[in-house]
Write a protein that binds this ligand. Structure first.
Ligand code: SF4
Ligand code: SF4
Ligand code: SF4
Length: 428
C-alpha cells in the first residue's frame, strides 16, 4: 500500500461532506490540438514531465477521495487533456482501488470527459460494465465541429469523434454531449441543437461558452492557438487580460444561442432532453440548491488534480497562484477545507460589482464564473462578466416559463406540463 498522508483524526472545520474533483491523469496532453484549447498550454507548467499519473499516486488519490467524502456517494471524475491516453488498464486499476477503499454502503460513480477519438469496443464494454457516464465533446455538425476541433495536423476530428460516438451507442453507454459555443457555431443554435438531439440522440447537453482571454500584447499569438508553433513560441494561458481571441463567442450571440435553443426545448423537449443551463436555471428559480457552480452564489467545491498530485482551486485556475498543495504531502481534505480554498469560493460572491448586486436576474446568474469577469460595468466598475449581455438577455427571456415550471414542481406536478400551458397561452 503506498504511503499516503493520513486522514486527520477529526475532519477539518468547514470540510464539505462531498465535493467535485476533476482529475487529469495525463495532465494537459492530448492527441488533438483544438485551436481554442488553452489548456494545452498548461503543459508548460511541468517542464520535463512525462504527464502520466503514477500507479501509487492513483491509489493514493482514490483512497483520499473516498476517505474525504462523508456522503453515501462518491464521484470519480476523469478529465484532461485526453484521459484515455493513459490506457484502459489505468482505469481498470482505478475501479479496483475504488472497490478496495469504498466503505460499506458507499456508492462510487464514474465520469470521464473525452474527445472520443480513441474509443473502441474494449472501452465501450468497460464503460458499460462500470456504469461510466461519458462526456463527449462535439461542437455540432461537421462544419462547426471541424472549425476548431482539429488534430495536430490541422485536420478536422469529426469522423474520428463519430466513430467514438458509435462505440458508445453500440455499448449503450450513458453519455452527455459537451458542445463548445464559439465564433464558428454561435449563429447556428438550432442546427447545432437538432444535430445533437436528432442525429446523435443525445439526451444530456451542455453548451459551454468559449472565452479565451489574452492581454493586448499576447493576443496575436493567442489567436494562432495554444499548441506549440514551429517557432516554439506560445503563451501560457492564465486567467488574465481583457481581450479575447477571434474564436471566442460574442456575449450577445451566446445569449441568442441559448434563447433559440430554450424556445424550442420549452415547447417540445422538457422531460426528454436535459440541458445543463436550463436545469441550473430551474433550480435557481425554485430557490433550491442544485445549480452548477457558475450559477451559484459561491463556489470552491470543484477542484482539479494534476497528474503529479498537485491540487488546484478549480479546473479553470490551474496556474501557480491557485495551487493548494500536493496530495502526496497533505491529505486532500485538508486542502479542500483550507482557508485559501474557502476564500477562493467566497470571492465569487464578495467581488461582485454593484451592477451585479443590483441586477434583477442576479439570483439566476450570480455573475457567472469569476474567470470571465474582466470587463467594466456601465459606470466603470471593474469585474463585470464578459458574457453579461448574453446572460441578462437569456435569464430575462426565460423568466415566464421558468416561473411556470417552478410553480408546477412546487405543486408536486411535472415540469413538462409547461409545454401544454405555453401551447394554451399561444392559442389565447
Ligand atoms: S480534445 Fe481538444 S479541447 Fe479537449 S483536451 Fe484535447 S485539444 Fe483540448
Ligand atoms: S471558478 Fe468558476 S468554474 Fe471554478 S468553481 Fe468557481 S464558478 Fe466554478
Ligand atoms: S446578468 Fe450581468 S449584471 Fe446580472 S448578475 Fe449576471 S453578469 Fe451580473
Amino acid at each position: 500500500m503506498p504511503k499516503s498522508p493520513p486522514l486527520p483524526p477529526t475532519f477539518p472545520h468547514g470540510a464539505p461532506p462531498a465535493f467535485h474533483l476533476l482529475a487529469k491523469p495525463a495532465g494537459a496532453i492530448c492527441n488533438l490540438a483544438c485551436e481554442y484549447c488553452f489548456f494545452l498550454s498548461k503543459e508548460m507548467l511541468y517542464p520535463g514531465s512525462r504527464f502520466r499519473m503514477a500507479d501509487d499516486l492513483l491509489e493514493i488519490y482514490i483512497r483520499q477521495l473516498i476517505e474525504s467524502h462523508r456522503s453515501p456517494e462518491v464521484t470519480i471524475a476523469w478529465q484532461g487533456g485526453e484521459p484515455t491516453l493513459m490506457g484502459l488498464d489505468f482505469f481498470e486499476r482505478s475501479v479496483e482501488y475504488a472497490e478496495r477503499y469504498r466503505r460499506t454502503g458507499q456508492r462510487v460513480s464514474y465520469t470521464i470527459q473525452t474527445n472520443g477519438t480513441r474509443l473502441d469496443d474494449a472501452w465501450g464494454a468497460f464503460f458499460k460494465a462500470q456504469g461510466f457516464l461519458v462526456g463527449l465533446s462535439v461542437d455540432g455538425p461537421r462544419e462547426y465541429h471541424d472549425a476548431y476541433r482539429v488534430d495536430k495536423g490541422g485536420k478536422g476530428s469529426f469522423d474520428q469523434v463519430m466513430r467514438g460516438w458509435e462505440v458508445l451507442k453500440r455499448h449503450e453507454v450513458d453519455f452527455n454531449i459537451l458542445c463548445a459555443v464559439h465564433a464558428a457555431n454561435q449563429d447556428h443554435p438550432l442546427e447545432v441543437y437538432h444535430f445533437l438531439r436528432d442525429d446523435l440522440g443525445a439526451q444530456f447537453l451542455q453548451f459551454i461558452p468559449i472565452v479565451e482571454r489574452a492581454t493586448e500584447e499576447l493576443l496575436p499569438l493567442a489567436n494562432q492557438g495554444w499548441s506549440p508553433t514551429p517557432a516554439g513560441k506560445r503563451p501560457l494561458y492564465t486567467v488574465s487580460g481583457d481581450q479575447v481571441t477571434e474564436r471566442s463567442v460574442q456575449p450577445e450571440a451566446y445569449g441568442r444561442f441559448l434563447i433559440a435553443i430554450f424556445d424550442e426545448w420549452v415547447r417540445r423537449d422538457v422531460g426528454s432532453v436535459f440541458v445543463q443551463h436550463f436545469d441550473a436555471a430551474l433550480a435557481n428559480w425554485m430557490r433550491v440548491p442544485g445549480a452548477v457552480c457558475i450559477f451559484s452564489e459561491t463556489c470552491g467545491q470543484a477542484l482539479a488534480l494534476e497528474h503529479n498530485g498537485d491540487l488546484y482551486c478549480c479546473d479553470h485556475f490551474v496556474e501557480p497562484a491557485y495551487r493548494l498543495g500536493n496530495i502526496r504531502q497533505t491529505h486532500m481534505i485538508e486542502l479542500v477545507a483550507s482557508d485559501r480554498q474557502r476564500a477562493f469560493g467566497l470571492a465569487k460572491r464578495d467581488t461582485l460589482p454593484r451592477y451585479c448586486r443590483e441586477c434583477p436576474v442576479r439570483f439566476a446568474c450570480h455573475g457567472e464564473c469569476p474567470r470571465n469577469r474582466f470587463i467594466r460595468t456601465p459606470d466603470g466598475e471593474p469585474g463585470l462578466n464578459y458574457l453579461c449581455a448574453g446572460y441578462k438577455a437569456f435569464f430575462t427571456h426565460i423568466d415566464h416559463p421558468m416561473r411556470l415550471m417552478a410553480d408546477l414542481l412546487r405543486q408536486g406536478r411535472y415540469a413538462d406540463e409547461v409545454m401544454s400551458l405555453l401551447a394554451a397561452e399561444r392559442q389565447d
